[in-house]
Design a protein around this ligand. Structure first.
Ligand SMILES: [Zn+2]
Length: 374
Protein backbone atom coordinates (compact mmCIF):
# COMPACT_ATOMS: atom_id res chain seq x y z
CA UNK A 1 0.00 0.00 0.00
CA UNK A 2 1.14 3.53 -0.65
CA UNK A 3 2.62 4.92 2.53
CA UNK A 4 0.77 8.13 3.33
CA UNK A 5 3.48 9.38 5.69
CA UNK A 6 6.25 8.98 3.14
CA UNK A 7 4.07 10.61 0.49
CA UNK A 8 3.44 13.55 2.80
CA UNK A 9 7.16 13.84 3.54
CA UNK A 10 7.89 13.73 -0.18
CA UNK A 11 5.42 16.55 -0.82
CA UNK A 12 7.04 18.64 1.94
CA UNK A 13 10.41 17.97 0.31
CA UNK A 14 9.10 19.07 -3.11
CA UNK A 15 7.70 22.29 -1.63
CA UNK A 16 11.01 23.04 0.14
CA UNK A 17 12.93 22.30 -3.05
CA UNK A 18 10.66 24.64 -5.04
CA UNK A 19 11.17 27.44 -2.47
CA UNK A 20 14.95 26.92 -2.62
CA UNK A 21 14.99 27.04 -6.42
CA UNK A 22 12.75 30.13 -6.45
CA UNK A 23 15.01 31.89 -3.96
CA UNK A 24 18.05 31.00 -6.05
CA UNK A 25 16.55 32.16 -9.34
CA UNK A 26 15.28 35.48 -8.00
CA UNK A 27 18.28 36.16 -5.74
CA UNK A 28 20.94 36.12 -8.46
CA UNK A 29 21.13 39.53 -10.06
CA UNK A 30 23.12 38.25 -13.09
CA UNK A 31 20.34 35.75 -13.84
CA UNK A 32 17.66 38.44 -14.21
CA UNK A 33 19.93 40.78 -16.17
CA UNK A 34 20.08 38.44 -19.18
CA UNK A 35 19.38 40.37 -22.38
CA UNK A 36 15.88 40.44 -23.72
CA UNK A 37 16.78 38.49 -26.86
CA UNK A 38 17.96 35.47 -24.86
CA UNK A 39 14.89 35.61 -22.64
CA UNK A 40 12.65 35.67 -25.71
CA UNK A 41 14.43 32.67 -27.22
CA UNK A 42 14.00 30.74 -23.97
CA UNK A 43 10.31 31.54 -23.92
CA UNK A 44 9.90 30.14 -27.42
CA UNK A 45 11.94 27.04 -26.61
CA UNK A 46 9.82 26.26 -23.55
CA UNK A 47 6.47 26.42 -25.27
CA UNK A 48 4.21 23.44 -24.62
CA UNK A 49 5.35 20.61 -26.91
CA UNK A 50 2.95 18.62 -29.05
CA UNK A 51 2.36 15.23 -27.45
CA UNK A 52 1.63 11.96 -29.24
CA UNK A 53 -1.89 10.94 -28.19
CA UNK A 54 -0.91 7.25 -28.22
CA UNK A 55 2.33 7.28 -26.20
CA UNK A 56 2.41 10.76 -24.62
CA UNK A 57 5.91 11.54 -25.96
CA UNK A 58 6.71 15.02 -27.30
CA UNK A 59 6.92 15.41 -31.09
CA UNK A 60 8.63 18.26 -32.94
CA UNK A 61 6.05 18.64 -35.66
CA UNK A 62 2.29 18.68 -35.06
CA UNK A 63 1.69 17.05 -38.47
CA UNK A 64 3.23 13.80 -37.14
CA UNK A 65 0.30 13.28 -34.80
CA UNK A 66 -2.39 14.48 -37.22
CA UNK A 67 -1.95 11.29 -39.27
CA UNK A 68 -3.80 7.99 -39.27
CA UNK A 69 -2.16 5.47 -36.91
CA UNK A 70 -0.80 2.34 -38.59
CA UNK A 71 -1.54 -1.02 -36.92
CA UNK A 72 0.61 -3.95 -38.05
CA UNK A 73 0.17 -7.66 -37.31
CA UNK A 74 3.61 -8.97 -36.37
CA UNK A 75 4.23 -12.63 -35.68
CA UNK A 76 6.00 -14.19 -32.72
CA UNK A 77 6.66 -17.73 -33.87
CA UNK A 78 10.22 -18.67 -32.76
CA UNK A 79 11.17 -18.68 -36.50
CA UNK A 80 10.06 -15.04 -36.74
CA UNK A 81 12.37 -13.75 -33.99
CA UNK A 82 13.86 -11.34 -33.50
CA UNK A 83 11.33 -9.06 -35.12
CA UNK A 84 12.01 -5.62 -36.57
CA UNK A 85 10.43 -2.33 -35.52
CA UNK A 86 8.46 -3.46 -32.45
CA UNK A 87 10.45 -1.20 -30.12
CA UNK A 88 9.38 1.90 -32.07
CA UNK A 89 5.62 1.30 -31.72
CA UNK A 90 3.53 3.61 -29.51
CA UNK A 91 1.22 0.78 -28.39
CA UNK A 92 1.63 -3.00 -28.70
CA UNK A 93 -0.91 -5.73 -27.92
CA UNK A 94 0.27 -9.31 -27.42
CA UNK A 95 -2.51 -11.84 -28.04
CA UNK A 96 -2.70 -15.63 -27.95
CA UNK A 97 -3.50 -17.37 -31.26
CA UNK A 98 -3.83 -21.00 -32.35
CA UNK A 99 -1.81 -23.49 -30.33
CA UNK A 100 -0.88 -20.85 -27.73
CA UNK A 101 1.63 -19.00 -29.93
CA UNK A 102 1.31 -15.26 -29.45
CA UNK A 103 1.16 -12.51 -32.06
CA UNK A 104 1.45 -8.72 -31.83
CA UNK A 105 -0.58 -5.75 -33.01
CA UNK A 106 1.92 -2.91 -33.10
CA UNK A 107 0.40 0.58 -33.49
CA UNK A 108 2.56 3.40 -34.85
CA UNK A 109 1.90 7.11 -34.92
CA UNK A 110 4.80 9.36 -33.88
CA UNK A 111 7.67 7.20 -35.22
CA UNK A 112 8.03 5.61 -38.67
CA UNK A 113 10.41 2.63 -38.45
CA UNK A 114 11.53 0.84 -41.60
CA UNK A 115 11.57 -2.14 -41.79
CA UNK A 116 8.95 -3.76 -39.59
CA UNK A 117 7.99 -7.42 -39.58
CA UNK A 118 7.59 -10.30 -40.07
CA UNK A 119 3.98 -9.48 -40.91
CA UNK A 120 1.26 -12.14 -40.72
CA UNK A 121 -2.50 -12.59 -40.82
CA UNK A 122 -5.27 -10.87 -38.86
CA UNK A 123 -7.68 -12.33 -36.29
CA UNK A 124 -11.32 -11.28 -35.62
CA UNK A 125 -10.52 -9.73 -32.21
CA UNK A 126 -7.99 -7.41 -33.88
CA UNK A 127 -10.94 -5.46 -35.27
CA UNK A 128 -12.33 -4.76 -31.78
CA UNK A 129 -8.89 -3.77 -30.52
CA UNK A 130 -7.84 -1.36 -33.28
CA UNK A 131 -11.24 0.11 -34.14
CA UNK A 132 -11.10 3.09 -31.71
CA UNK A 133 -7.57 3.96 -32.95
CA UNK A 134 -8.99 4.70 -36.43
CA UNK A 135 -5.88 2.88 -37.64
CA UNK A 136 -4.84 1.42 -40.98
CA UNK A 137 -4.80 -2.36 -40.42
CA UNK A 138 -1.75 -3.89 -42.14
CA UNK A 139 -1.69 -7.69 -42.36
CA UNK A 140 -1.22 -10.62 -44.70
CA UNK A 141 -4.62 -12.21 -45.23
CA UNK A 142 -6.64 -14.10 -42.66
CA UNK A 143 -9.38 -16.72 -42.53
CA UNK A 144 -12.27 -15.94 -44.96
CA UNK A 145 -14.56 -15.26 -41.98
CA UNK A 146 -12.02 -12.76 -40.55
CA UNK A 147 -11.58 -11.01 -43.90
CA UNK A 148 -15.32 -10.60 -44.32
CA UNK A 149 -15.56 -9.22 -40.76
CA UNK A 150 -12.79 -6.70 -41.52
CA UNK A 151 -14.61 -5.63 -44.67
CA UNK A 152 -17.97 -5.19 -42.97
CA UNK A 153 -16.41 -3.31 -40.02
CA UNK A 154 -15.44 -0.45 -42.32
CA UNK A 155 -11.90 -0.11 -40.92
CA UNK A 156 -9.10 1.02 -43.24
CA UNK A 157 -7.67 -2.28 -44.44
CA UNK A 158 -4.33 -2.73 -46.20
CA UNK A 159 -4.08 -6.48 -46.78
CA UNK A 160 -0.83 -7.56 -48.45
CA UNK A 161 -2.87 -9.97 -50.54
CA UNK A 162 -4.72 -6.95 -52.00
CA UNK A 163 -1.58 -6.15 -54.01
CA UNK A 164 -0.90 -2.60 -52.77
CA UNK A 165 2.84 -3.02 -53.38
CA UNK A 166 3.90 -1.68 -49.98
CA UNK A 167 5.15 -5.06 -48.69
CA UNK A 168 8.20 -7.08 -49.67
CA UNK A 169 9.73 -10.50 -49.00
CA UNK A 170 13.10 -10.64 -47.24
CA UNK A 171 15.41 -13.23 -48.79
CA UNK A 172 17.27 -13.77 -45.53
CA UNK A 173 14.29 -15.61 -44.03
CA UNK A 174 12.05 -18.43 -45.16
CA UNK A 175 8.37 -17.92 -45.95
CA UNK A 176 6.00 -17.38 -44.26
CA UNK A 177 8.31 -15.59 -41.78
CA UNK A 178 9.72 -13.11 -44.30
CA UNK A 179 7.07 -10.48 -45.10
CA UNK A 180 8.21 -6.95 -44.24
CA UNK A 181 7.23 -3.34 -44.91
CA UNK A 182 8.25 0.14 -43.85
CA UNK A 183 5.79 2.38 -42.01
CA UNK A 184 6.34 5.24 -44.55
CA UNK A 185 5.40 2.94 -47.47
CA UNK A 186 2.37 1.50 -45.63
CA UNK A 187 1.23 5.00 -44.73
CA UNK A 188 1.60 6.21 -48.30
CA UNK A 189 -0.42 3.28 -49.68
CA UNK A 190 -3.03 3.73 -46.93
CA UNK A 191 -3.38 7.48 -47.49
CA UNK A 192 -4.06 6.93 -51.19
CA UNK A 193 -6.90 4.52 -50.40
CA UNK A 194 -8.25 6.07 -47.20
CA UNK A 195 -7.49 9.81 -46.87
CA UNK A 196 -7.46 10.67 -43.17
CA UNK A 197 -9.34 13.69 -41.92
CA UNK A 198 -10.15 12.62 -38.38
CA UNK A 199 -8.42 13.19 -35.08
CA UNK A 200 -6.52 10.55 -33.15
CA UNK A 201 -8.09 9.98 -29.75
CA UNK A 202 -5.90 9.11 -26.80
CA UNK A 203 -6.43 5.72 -25.15
CA UNK A 204 -4.47 6.67 -22.02
CA UNK A 205 -3.79 9.44 -19.55
CA UNK A 206 -0.13 10.29 -19.16
CA UNK A 207 1.83 11.71 -16.23
CA UNK A 208 3.68 14.99 -16.53
CA UNK A 209 7.38 15.27 -15.70
CA UNK A 210 6.71 16.17 -12.06
CA UNK A 211 4.50 13.13 -11.52
CA UNK A 212 7.13 10.86 -13.10
CA UNK A 213 9.78 12.27 -10.74
CA UNK A 214 7.49 11.77 -7.73
CA UNK A 215 6.76 8.11 -8.55
CA UNK A 216 10.47 7.46 -9.21
CA UNK A 217 11.38 8.99 -5.84
CA UNK A 218 8.59 7.15 -4.07
CA UNK A 219 9.74 3.81 -5.52
CA UNK A 220 13.29 4.48 -4.35
CA UNK A 221 12.00 5.24 -0.86
CA UNK A 222 10.09 2.00 -0.58
CA UNK A 223 12.24 -1.00 0.19
CA UNK A 224 11.68 -3.73 -2.39
CA UNK A 225 10.56 -6.71 -0.34
CA UNK A 226 9.57 -10.19 -1.48
CA UNK A 227 7.26 -10.90 -4.38
CA UNK A 228 3.77 -9.44 -3.82
CA UNK A 229 0.86 -11.88 -3.97
CA UNK A 230 -0.13 -11.37 -7.56
CA UNK A 231 -3.66 -12.72 -7.32
CA UNK A 232 -4.83 -10.83 -4.27
CA UNK A 233 -6.19 -7.36 -5.00
CA UNK A 234 -5.34 -4.79 -2.37
CA UNK A 235 -8.04 -3.73 0.08
CA UNK A 236 -8.84 -0.54 -1.77
CA UNK A 237 -7.11 2.71 -2.58
CA UNK A 238 -4.16 2.95 -4.90
CA UNK A 239 -1.61 0.25 -4.28
CA UNK A 240 1.81 1.21 -5.57
CA UNK A 241 3.96 -1.86 -5.08
CA UNK A 242 7.63 -1.73 -6.05
CA UNK A 243 8.62 -4.61 -8.34
CA UNK A 244 11.80 -5.72 -10.12
CA UNK A 245 10.10 -7.70 -12.85
CA UNK A 246 7.29 -9.99 -13.92
CA UNK A 247 6.85 -13.34 -15.64
CA UNK A 248 3.86 -13.70 -17.97
CA UNK A 249 3.03 -17.39 -18.35
CA UNK A 250 2.21 -17.83 -22.03
CA UNK A 251 3.12 -21.15 -23.65
CA UNK A 252 6.82 -21.83 -22.90
CA UNK A 253 8.20 -20.73 -26.29
CA UNK A 254 6.34 -17.42 -25.90
CA UNK A 255 6.82 -16.87 -22.15
CA UNK A 256 7.55 -13.24 -21.41
CA UNK A 257 9.67 -11.75 -18.70
CA UNK A 258 10.03 -8.04 -18.05
CA UNK A 259 12.91 -6.79 -15.94
CA UNK A 260 12.88 -3.22 -14.63
CA UNK A 261 15.92 -1.09 -15.34
CA UNK A 262 15.91 1.80 -12.81
CA UNK A 263 18.57 3.74 -14.75
CA UNK A 264 16.36 4.16 -17.82
CA UNK A 265 12.99 3.87 -16.04
CA UNK A 266 12.02 1.21 -18.61
CA UNK A 267 11.43 -2.53 -18.68
CA UNK A 268 13.68 -4.90 -20.62
CA UNK A 269 11.84 -7.73 -22.39
CA UNK A 270 12.72 -11.41 -22.59
CA UNK A 271 10.97 -14.18 -24.59
CA UNK A 272 11.53 -17.78 -23.46
CA UNK A 273 14.56 -16.62 -21.49
CA UNK A 274 16.20 -14.74 -24.37
CA UNK A 275 16.46 -10.96 -24.39
CA UNK A 276 14.10 -9.40 -26.94
CA UNK A 277 16.14 -7.35 -29.40
CA UNK A 278 15.48 -5.77 -32.77
CA UNK A 279 16.66 -7.82 -35.75
CA UNK A 280 17.54 -4.76 -37.83
CA UNK A 281 19.23 -2.58 -35.21
CA UNK A 282 20.35 -5.14 -32.63
CA UNK A 283 19.01 -2.84 -29.91
CA UNK A 284 17.13 -4.25 -26.90
CA UNK A 285 13.37 -3.73 -26.91
CA UNK A 286 12.68 -1.33 -24.02
CA UNK A 287 9.13 -0.84 -22.76
CA UNK A 288 7.88 2.09 -20.68
CA UNK A 289 4.53 0.69 -19.48
CA UNK A 290 3.25 -2.88 -19.27
CA UNK A 291 -0.44 -3.61 -18.76
CA UNK A 292 -1.48 -7.17 -17.99
CA UNK A 293 -5.12 -7.46 -19.02
CA UNK A 294 -6.88 -10.61 -17.82
CA UNK A 295 -9.44 -11.82 -20.37
CA UNK A 296 -12.06 -14.58 -20.58
CA UNK A 297 -10.72 -16.63 -23.48
CA UNK A 298 -13.17 -18.85 -25.32
CA UNK A 299 -13.44 -20.73 -28.58
CA UNK A 300 -14.37 -19.22 -31.92
CA UNK A 301 -15.70 -20.52 -35.20
CA UNK A 302 -12.35 -19.85 -36.89
CA UNK A 303 -9.79 -22.55 -37.65
CA UNK A 304 -6.32 -22.20 -39.13
CA UNK A 305 -5.05 -24.21 -42.13
CA UNK A 306 -4.14 -27.12 -39.84
CA UNK A 307 -7.66 -27.17 -38.37
CA UNK A 308 -6.57 -25.70 -35.02
CA UNK A 309 -9.22 -23.48 -33.51
CA UNK A 310 -8.52 -19.76 -33.09
CA UNK A 311 -9.36 -18.56 -29.58
CA UNK A 312 -11.87 -15.81 -28.96
CA UNK A 313 -10.26 -13.19 -26.72
CA UNK A 314 -13.23 -11.36 -25.22
CA UNK A 315 -11.70 -7.89 -25.31
CA UNK A 316 -15.04 -6.09 -25.00
CA UNK A 317 -16.31 -6.09 -21.43
CA UNK A 318 -14.41 -5.70 -18.20
CA UNK A 319 -12.01 -7.55 -15.94
CA UNK A 320 -8.93 -7.40 -13.82
CA UNK A 321 -5.66 -5.75 -14.86
CA UNK A 322 -2.23 -4.96 -13.49
CA UNK A 323 -0.43 -1.81 -14.56
CA UNK A 324 3.36 -1.70 -14.39
CA UNK A 325 5.01 1.66 -14.69
CA UNK A 326 8.30 3.05 -13.36
CA UNK A 327 9.09 -0.21 -11.55
CA UNK A 328 5.81 -0.25 -9.66
CA UNK A 329 2.72 -2.42 -9.84
CA UNK A 330 -0.78 -0.99 -9.54
CA UNK A 331 -3.64 -3.43 -9.16
CA UNK A 332 -6.36 -2.33 -11.52
CA UNK A 333 -9.34 -3.23 -13.62
CA UNK A 334 -10.18 -2.66 -17.27
CA UNK A 335 -13.31 -1.75 -19.13
CA UNK A 336 -14.19 -1.52 -22.83
CA UNK A 337 -17.85 -0.78 -23.44
CA UNK A 338 -18.04 -1.34 -27.19
CA UNK A 339 -16.00 -1.87 -30.34
CA UNK A 340 -15.73 1.88 -30.87
CA UNK A 341 -14.45 2.81 -27.39
CA UNK A 342 -10.91 2.48 -26.05
CA UNK A 343 -10.11 0.09 -23.21
CA UNK A 344 -9.61 2.14 -20.03
CA UNK A 345 -7.66 1.08 -16.96
CA UNK A 346 -8.82 2.13 -13.50
CA UNK A 347 -7.68 1.83 -9.91
CA UNK A 348 -9.93 -0.09 -7.53
CA UNK A 349 -11.32 3.33 -6.57
CA UNK A 350 -12.42 3.93 -10.16
CA UNK A 351 -9.77 6.50 -11.08
CA UNK A 352 -8.07 6.21 -14.46
CA UNK A 353 -4.40 5.29 -14.05
CA UNK A 354 -1.95 7.75 -15.60
CA UNK A 355 1.00 6.16 -17.41
CA UNK A 356 4.60 7.24 -17.88
CA UNK A 357 4.98 8.90 -21.30
CA UNK A 358 6.38 6.23 -23.63
CA UNK A 359 5.49 2.88 -25.12
CA UNK A 360 2.58 0.85 -23.75
CA UNK A 361 2.54 -2.95 -24.12
CA UNK A 362 -0.74 -4.66 -23.32
CA UNK A 363 -0.37 -8.32 -22.45
CA UNK A 364 -3.67 -10.17 -22.92
CA UNK A 365 -3.59 -13.12 -20.53
CA UNK A 366 -6.37 -15.65 -19.77
CA UNK A 367 -8.00 -14.91 -16.41
CA UNK A 368 -7.31 -18.51 -15.41
CA UNK A 369 -3.61 -17.64 -15.18
CA UNK A 370 -1.58 -15.22 -13.12
CA UNK A 371 1.46 -13.09 -13.80
CA UNK A 372 4.20 -13.75 -11.26
CA UNK A 373 6.05 -10.75 -9.86
CA UNK A 374 9.50 -10.49 -8.39
ZN1 LIG B 1 3.66 7.87 -30.06
Amino acid sequence: MRDKTSRHLWKVFVVLLSITLLTFSTGCSWFSSADEGTAKKNTVRHEEPYLCPLCGLPVEDESLIARRPVAVKIENDPSARPQSGLGKACVVYEEITEGGITRFIAIYLCRDPDPIGPIRSARPDDIDMIYPYNALLCHCGGAPYTLSMIKSSGIADLDELGGCGAYWRFRGRRAPHNLYAGIPQLRQAGDALYPFEGEVSSPFEFMDGKEVAEIKAEREEMAVGGAPQSNVPPEGGVALIPINGVHIPYKKVCQVKYSYDPASGKFLRFIDGIQHTDYSTGEPVMVDNVIIQYIQMGSSVIKDVRGTESPSLGVIGSGRAQVLTLGTLIDANWRKDSRSTHTRYFTNDGEEIPLKPGSVWIQLLPATQNAIFE
